[in-house]
Design a protein around this ligand. Sequence first.
Ligand code: MRU
Length: 351
Amino acid sequence: MNFYPIKIKALEWINGRVRWINTKLLPEVEVYEESSDYERIAKAIEDMEIRGAPAIGVAAALAVAATVYNTSSDSVEEVKSLARRAIERLRKTRPTAYNLFWALNQIEEAVNKQYSTVEELRKAVVDKALEIYRLDIEINTRIGEYGEKLIDDGDVILTHCNAGALATVALGTALAVIRIAWYKGKKIKVIATETRPVLQGARLTVWELKKEGIPVTLITDNMVGYVMYKKLVNKVIVGADRVLLDGHVINKIGTYTIAIAAKRHGVPFYVAAPTSTIDPYTPVEKVVIEERSLDEVRKVLNKILITVEDVEVYNPAFDITPPDLVNAIITEKGVIEPPYTINIKKALGLS
Ligand code: MRU
């Protein structure tokens, strides 16, 4: 595995405190927030200061670690119940991103072991959270290295939302593929969809790619069909919030529409996601799709009202792309192709 420069540090652990870039304020201002309070970090996740499936999972793990790290209690049972309260609170922040539950389950397992001192418990929880943190960088590097092999020199790649460094600890998932293809000298270009209503594409993906010097063109979401019709796109790469065993992909609202257009125009549609995004337990009809504040749709960036104040609104934050529209899933364990149930089981070591 090669090492690539880490130019954006969306999340950090600094002496028992969690530091994050407030993605809500980008690209206008680059503000870093810091806290060791799990309630503050839970609110930052709910309010999307921290967002993107892998980043949410890592931030939640670090939040529990910070809680345990900073307590002055010397009772193992007391610290365990404090950690469990933090875990329960963080579990309720956002329902769709599987990485949140993946990370918190591992932290919970560490909490539930036997310890004779608070010091032992503290070390185990902090070590586990930092392992999850470091693993994210390694995993994204591997996703990028497997994925870049699918990219040809001169490709124009369409991506949706932000599956970049700002959605992970570093590099991103879909954007790791794009970054590493670029670092390897492939002359690629990116088309970023603005991603209504929260505008992660316009605000975050464009900001990240500009920092890298990777050519990027911004379009509104409703231009996707036309740019494909005009043959302006060679490949689509998106991230995922949850991938099911049978290959259903749950990702930012609008992903499904892009996948349909890609199929119609013969454009390969790839999903880049770590195996920690794969939920082998939940059938598609049981997946909870988060519905967010109605004002996200009524207003632009919660500021400018663009409709009638009390209009009825539907605001699902994610959609579901069926497996037949997905050409492959790029993971840190390799590129998984259909038939998904068999091949995902193999990748997860479940068969
Ligand atoms: O609502 P968000 O901004 O948290 O949604 C993020 C996405 O949908 C991303 O595409 C997904 O989490 C993958 S991030 C590597």
